[in-house]
Write a protein that binds this ligand. Sequence first.
Ligand code: GAR
Length: 218
Amino acid sequence: MWKLHPVHMPKKPGYALNNIRIMALVSGGGSNLQALLDAEKNGALEGGNISIVVSDRPGVYALERAQAAGVPALTAAPDKTISGKLRRQELSDRILDLAETYRIGLIVLAGFLSILAGEIIQRYSGKIINLHPSLLPKFGGDGMYGERVHRAVLEAGEKESGCTVHLVDAGTDTGPILLQRRVPVQPDDTPGSLAVRIHKQEHIAIVEAVKIMVQKLS
Ligand code: GAR
């Protein structure tokens, strides 16, 4: 009797069993983007392909990282002539247009400091993930980003912190949690030293989360 064995394909860089086109959204240095680019190059993204990088700030180093990896890199800055929630929505609509043009299957907020709103949330429901530098639901929400988060953690006297990757819904930092990684808070920590410890965990978490999503969406 014939027994069927699973076929194991070689995992060469660039070889994609499940090709999911990914848009990475960034705002700054892009060390998490770099972790993803390196993982893809090493064949570790399970067929995930970083197809475009979009920054909401011009001239950030994350854009250079994308260009160095040969990935199209664009800036889509918020329109300051528009006020309040409409500004978020207008930026989100431009990002949605880009996502559809580039046939994106997964949107990864890898250090992205704008808040997405409007149609993109429904159209890409279950296909947008966000990386946040705390153990959500603690220290999330509007205005909680980057070093502000670490300062709040220290002021609250927390004994541990970490990072969270979650699915994006219509709230800010409220969607279902995919995974978290924890670090201890040391008595002599500054926001900067805590950020460094958490960053190392983020680089692992974001790659893990993208792998999970690529498998789920394939
Ligand atoms: C990361 O720590 C990420 O968690 C945080 O911005 C940093 C970007 O670092 N994101 C947020 O605060 C979103 N609320 P990177 O540019 O080196 O990847």
